[in-house]
Write a protein that binds this ligand. Sequence first.
Ligand SMILES: C[S@@+](CC[C@H](N)C(=O)[O-])C[C@H]1O[C@@H](n2cnc3c(N)ncnc32)[C@H](O)[C@@H]1O
Length: 350
Amino acid sequence: MLGSTLFVVDENGRLVGSLGLPDIRILHDEEELAVPVEDVCNKFPSILTTEQNPYYDGRNIFLERHGITVLPIINSDGVLVDLFFRYQAFFSDAINSPCGEPKALSVMPYKHYAYSLLSCAKEALALGYDRFSAIEFGVAGGNGLAWLERYAREVERYVGVGIDTYGFDCGEGLAESNDYRDIPYIFCAGDFKMDQEKLQRRLDSSRLVIGDILETLPGFCPVSRVGVVLCDVDYYSSAIPVLEFFADDDTKFMPRVYLYFDDLPTRTVSFSPVGSEFQGESLAIKEFNAKSAQLKISPEATNVSDKLKVAIDGVHANGMKVLHRFSHPDYCKTLVSHRHHGFLNSSLFS
Ligand SMILES: C[S@@+](CC[C@H](N)C(=O)[O-])C[C@H]1O[C@@H](n2cnc3c(N)ncnc32)[C@H](O)[C@@H]1O
């Protein structure tokens, strides 16, 4: 799942070759499937050795060869000892280069999640918080939550700030809706039903909270301050309780919470925008901002694009916002006191 690549080893654990998913898909009849894997695998995959620095040498391979998402690391006997993933190179890039786009980013899944975690970790470090919580609302099969968890481990390793990850979902998929604000002509009742057992096997440390967020969210106490919220519940009526949660006490939150909204009208389905600024998450955000002078989600505008074929990266960037909690006791604390620290001064969120 991480790299769509299988590595083939012999009985002594020595690397023999690699097999990509496309290589497996072209083997369709029984005769082809009966061929030993050794005969069909790529015998000369790109590799790293334990002598090399994966964050330097591996990163350079990823930059040159865009299709590769994972590299095997072998020791001097040719034994496969570890794997190095493209996303790991991204985090080292993001943290070690004080400014600019981490170059290994290009084909990384859920990169908006990675950005949100890094941006928040940067603030947590500057404010002296030793950990924060990141929550995905709307988990379904768990692709987003699994990546969130993986990325959280990398950010923890590099930045030294702990991250608690949560996933909220009713488990039943989308409920029936006839409310035009839920954009029911695009989102269908029953879609995204969760296989909870299967999902649990994919997760390591995340806590799953199962049930309608209308019921599970009020009174919810995260183990650390919430610093990242990824909202992917599709409906307006489901986004409302997420935003209402933000009215809880400041002690539950960081002064700025990094947000991502997946279903703004800048997204398209068959070239039609997902709703309008009068529906869905856009409307929920507008109503939220109108209600309180002290809590604001910015930027509010959905930036509806006239180019419906907007690049997927642009769409994700449009969904990234920040909740400002102006009355939070730490809101005005300076973030630039660690000037010597390149990572803190880099501009990841722009
Ligand atoms: C688009 S899917 C999430 C996809 C997931 N984030 C991913 O990246 O693979 C939307 C999910 O939101 C959940 N959902 C919608 N409204 C909800 C509510 N009121 N309470 C709990 N879960 C809800 C649905 O069950 C569905 O699984």
